[in-house]
Design a protein around this ligand. Structure first.
Ligand code: SAH
Length: 344
């Protein structure tokens, strides 16, 4: 069985024509899919067509299996895919609108020492339709549709390394920004990467101009190698070369993510070294105190240390903020998403 959401509008048109149906049905079908309709729902195309399609294709690639809402109104969703795998996404409700954090892989190959997503290894890439399906499932659930969407921003910061699933992720980005579809603006889309420089450059060349965040988490290569296996492959210098290229081509400001971990990367010396490393660059630093993942055994820095780290950066002329954690009481905070059903 294939998933219709893996097809963009052009491809749906070809499919519809190959089924000897009038071409305009493709546009109708496209709306039906983006509005989250399933085979059994009432819709404005003939039943015979639905039946014909259902023999080979399914309409939606996933279902919301569970949802947990935290005290701060952040909701974590557990999605069940057609093959039974589970992935997670998180809806954050801010004053200025809703942001959805989306997964790009089942599991993750990167195995960063602080993150839950790699704990059960890598299972498989998500298809573009499965990435889009997360947006559609939540948008539909909270009362949105294709014309009146209820999710204003997306961040590709769930489980998985998005640039390790490059083709599916970029096809998804083309789908979500499609003018005939949800028409999400590139300014409302962020992608976060552990740092694959060749892919960062390739993304820049595609002209999508979305916001790029780099998970740096260290002020030098030695510390980075201790906590991020990928750092053994690429140096920080090579990463910055790719970031500068991205910034030049897209004119978007780069965000540096830095998770503060007790006794690893959060000393005053690290702060000074980081300030030196970033001097003269236009990057913005997002500090976040570690969300503890019990199996990983690492501890968060306390708030005082985090504030000191921040103030060293700011006094050195580096643009920086501390990011507030949301949803940690339902294991929905950064680095806590995984491909199994959470206990809570
Ligand atoms: N693979 C991508 C995106 C997924 S994680 C990446 O590496 O960027 C999104 C962000 O959460 C990344 O910056 C990641 O490093 C960070 N993160 C992972 N585990 C965390 C944890 N336990 N506490 C806080 N942030 C964490």
């Amino acid at each position: 069985m294939k998933n219709l959401l893996d097809y963009n509008l052009n491809e749906l048109q070809q499919l519809i024509i190959s089924l000897d149906e009038p071409k305009y049905r493709a546009g109708q079908l496209y709306n039906i899919l983006l509005n989250g309709k399933k085979e059994s729902d009432k819709m404005n195309i003939p039943n015979t067509l639905v039946q014909k399609l259902s023999q080979e294709y399914y309409f939606q690639p996933l279902e919301i299996e569970y949802q947990y809402t935290a005290k701060d109104k952040t909701t974590k969703y557990v999605f069940k895919l057609h093959d039974g795998n589970m992935i997670e996404g998180v809806l954050m409700r801010y004053k200025y609108g809703n942001t959805l954090c989306i997964s790009t892989q089942v599991g993750c190959k990167m195995n960063c020492a602080f993150c839950a997503s790699g704990l059960n290894g890598f299972v498989r890439n998500l298809t573009n339709g499965e990435i889009l399906g997360q947006y559609i499932a939540v948008n539909t659930l909270i009362g949105g549709n294709i014309k009146d969407r209820k999710i204003d921003k997306i961040v590709l910061m769930g489980t998985g390394e998005p640039l390790d699933n490059f083709d599916n992720v970029t096809k998804f980005l083309q789908q979500i920004t499609d003018k005939n579809g949800f028409n999400l603006g590139v300014r409302n889309i962020s992608i976060s990467t552990c740092g694959l420089p060749d892919k960062i450059e390739k993304l820049a060349d595609m002209g999508l101009n979305i916001t790029l965040s780099l998970s740096l988490h260290a002020s030098n290569d030695k510390i980075r190698q201790q906590i991020m296996p990928i750092a053994k492959r690429y140096t920080i210098a090579r990463l910055f070369e790719a970031l500068d290229y991205y910034e030049k081509i897209t004119s978007r400001r780069i965000i540096i993510e830095y998770t503060l971990i007790k006794d690893i990367n959060s000393s005053k010396e690290c702060a000074k070294e980081l300030a030196q490393l970033l001097k003269g660059k236009g990057y913005h630093v997002n500090l976040i105190r570690l969300n503890e993942v019990p199996e990983r055994g690492l501890k968060a820095t306390n708030e005082k240390e985090a504030n000191e780290f921040l103030s060293i950066l700011i006094h050195s002329g580096i643009s920086a903020t501390i990011r507030r954690t949301t949803g940690d009481d339902v294991s929905g905070a950064c680095g806590q998403l995984r491909n199994k059903i959470a206990e809570k």
